[in-house]
Design a protein around this ligand. Sequence first.
Ligand SMILES: [Zn+2]
Ligand SMILES: [Zn+2]
Length: 237
Amino acid sequence: MEIKIIFDKNSLNGGYSTGWGISYLVNNNILFDTGEDWQYLSNNFRIMGVDISNIEKVVISHNHWDHANGLWELLNSRQGLEVFVCSGFGREFRDKVNKLNGKLEEVNKIRKLDENIFVTGEITGEYKSKYMPEQAMVLQTDNGISVLTGCAHPGIVDMLYLVKRHFPNKRMYFVGGGFHLMDKHREEIENVVNGFKELGVQKVGPSHCTGDYAESMFKKHYGNNFINLKVGRVIEV
Ligand SMILES: [Zn+2]
Ligand SMILES: [Zn+2]
C-alpha cells in the first residue's frame, strides 16, 4: 500500500510547499488531513501528479487549523467528497462541511474505509487542558499494521495500544505523523520511544509536532528504520 506525503514541514526539493500541519494520501484515493492551506496542497498535488478527482474520501484527524484548513477549498474543487470526522469536532465544523456539499460521516468507533483501510473513530484527547477528540488511520498489509496520526493529542502510545486491541495478532509495521512531543520532558520522550519498542513498531516516521529532540531520539533508536516524511516522497507499507 502506498502513502504519498503531500504536505509536511520538510520536502524533497524547493518546488514543493512546506509548512505546519500534515496531509498524506493513501492509495491515491483517501486523504488523511489537509494541512494549513489549500494553496500549498494544490501546488504539491500538481508537482506529484495527483489527480484530485480520484480522491473519494478525506479523514480529518482533529479539528485544528493545521490539519483541517485545506479542506474547505478541496470541497469546492472536488464536490461530494466523503468527509470522516469525530462527533466531537463541534457543530460549526459539521455545518461548514454540509454547506460545501461534503458528505459528512461521523465516526465514533473503528470503521472500514476501504479494503484493509480503517479509521479509529474518536479517541478522547486533551490540548491545552481542553477536550480534543482525535482519530488515526490504520492500514493493514502483509507487513502488518501501519498507523497515521495527526497530532496524537490523546498520547501516541495510548493510541497505538488502542489500535492494537483491534488487531491483536498483527505486528506494528510503521507509525508516522505528528506525535506531539515537542513540549514534553526528555524522560517522557524516552518512555514514548520505549513504548514503541515494547509494541514492536518496526519503522517510524515522526514528523510535524513531534519536536526536534524526540525526532533525534527516534532516529538514534531506529537508525535505518527512521523514515523522514518529506513532501514528495512515496512510502510503501
Ligand atoms: Zn498539528
Ligand atoms: Zn493538533
